[in-house]
Design a protein around this ligand. Structure first.
Ligand SMILES: *[C@@H]1O[C@H](CO)[C@@H](O)[C@H](O)[C@H]1NC(C)=O
Ligand SMILES: *[C@@H]1O[C@H](CO)[C@@H](O)[C@H](O)[C@H]1NC(C)=O
Length: 397
């Protein structure tokens, strides 16, 4: 049996532990971007100051904190916050700060991302507003003049263990946010806003990533609220408000022959307001060896949604390279449970699957949609599965 430690020794031990603890806290070094020359009035470009703070934080052997104080900061060029870093905890606090993009869209319009975190691990971003000022690029696009495709506002790429909380993104040039090539990314309480007619301003796009969790996003934008690309595994989306926008979309998949599949996606508790789609899976009508398995859409309220439930395997918007072809994407084990509300069109449920690879094991349970206070329609092509409980429109599976 261990001898009891004398009281003084215990006390000293406790003191020693608390000393170590405060030392660890003290050892988290803070880098304030203003000390690196950032201008909180937004007049002077602060890109180099942000990069200076980043390279110090990333080079630090202890946990590091980057402080962006309240104010407006101009980041006028495409900026990469790259790793690998010497430590595994870099937290970036941006509460009260707005980062604005260049006034001339061409300054970042050809870059893939305006801001990217690439090859990092353990980065936490709290608060802040990202305003890419995409409006002038959208105007260029609608004028029919040649214009750049635009930059994605925030890229989280090739990274692990990243947390983004309470961030707001407004008026992106292209997508607001992309998570690509990552493992374990948590996105909590983000707000995304752009006009309903702004082109290609998807909210959050996830691809080639596993274990991504998106909780409580509020998304009003011109394209998909959340879009899911090839190579997505274990994606969880919960408590999402979407609209205006194009809904939640898996795809477009299957443009290429060799493509990674999408597996294990759950979207739980969603409200859609006047969106183009609710839950959509779409693939190009082209040969491919990709797949979509194990997807669960549950607890949703749809308000005036054009296509509340839709699988479209004949996606071919420009009628070149795909018409009349069967999609190679194999779709199976897709469930829709507890989905209520109103459809803005007569066909509220549409499963238009591939002739070559019919959809398998689709499951409808407790679905009740109405169209102009009447019972809408369901349409099925090459779709197999079962219905449980109340299902209105009547299942065509
Ligand atoms: C599916 O993904 C969720 C996280 O989104 C995870 O908790 C669950 O274990 C995964 N299921 C399988 C079978 O891998
Ligand atoms: C579907 O919902 C409508 C409106 O809430 C309701 O009147 C109708 O009885 C429901 N249909 C079924 C089959 O439960």
């Amino acid at each position: 049996m261990a001898k009891q430690l004398p009281h003084t020794l215990l006390l000293r031990h406790a003191l020693f532990c608390s000393l170590i603890f405060t030392q660890i806290l003290a050892k988290s070094t803070t880098y304030n971007v203003v000390n690196f020359g950032a201008d909180p009035t937004g007049l002077k470009d602060s890109t180099l100051a942000f990069l200076g703070a980043w390279s110090n934080a990333c080079g630090s052997w202890r946990p590091a904190r980057i402080q962006v104080p309240p104010g407006q900061f101009l980041l006028g060029t495409a900026t990469r916050f790259g790793g690998p870093c010497n430590n595994k905890v870099i937290s970036i606090s941006m509460g009260g700060a707005t980062l604005v993009g260049p006034s001339d869209y061409r300054a970042i319009g050809e870059a893939l991302h305006w801001l990217t975190f690439d090859q990092v691990s353990g980065v936490r971003i709290h608060g802040g507003v990202l305003d890419a000022r995409g409006g002038s690029l959208w105007a260029c696009k609608s004028s029919g003049q040649p214009c750049p495709i635009g930059a994605i506002t925030l890229g989280i790429t090739n990274s692990n263990n990243v947390v983004v909380t309470g961030l707001t993104s407004i008026n992106s040039q292209l997508f607001h946010m992309i998570i690509s090539g990552c493992n374990n990314v948590q996105v909590h309480g983000v707000k995304i806003m752009a006009p309903g007619n702004s082109p290609n301003t998807d909210g959050i796009h996830v691809q080639f990533s596993s274990d991504v969790t998106i909780l409580n996003p509020r998304i009003r934008t011109g394209d998909d609220c959340v879009s899911v690309g090839p190579g997505t595994k274990n994606l969880w989306v919960e408590d999402i408000a979407c609209g205006p926008g194009h809904g939640i979309s898996i795809g477009s998949l299957g443009w290429g022959m060799n493509e990674d599949g999408v597996i294990n996606v759950t979207v739980r508790t969603a409200t859609f307001s006047k969106t183009m789609n609710g839950f959509r899976i779409k693939s190009w009508g082209r040969p491919s060896n990709g797949f979509v398995n194990d997807v669960h859409f549950e607890h949703a309220f749809m308000s005036d949604v054009q296509n509340p439930i839709v699988i479209d395997q004949h996606y071919c918007p420009y009628y070149t390279g795909c018409p009349q072809m069967a999609s190679g994407i194999r779709i199976s084990d897709i469930s829709y449970k507890d989905i209520h509300g109103t459809s803005a069109t007569q066909v509220a449920v549409k499963f238009d699957c591939s002739l070559k690879h019919p959809c398998r094991r689709l499951r409808l349970e407790d679905v009740n949609l109405t169209y102009k206070n009447q019972v809408p329609q369901a349409s099925c092509r090459n779709a197999g599965g079962t219905a449980f409980g109340t299902v209105q429109p009547e299942s065509c599976l």
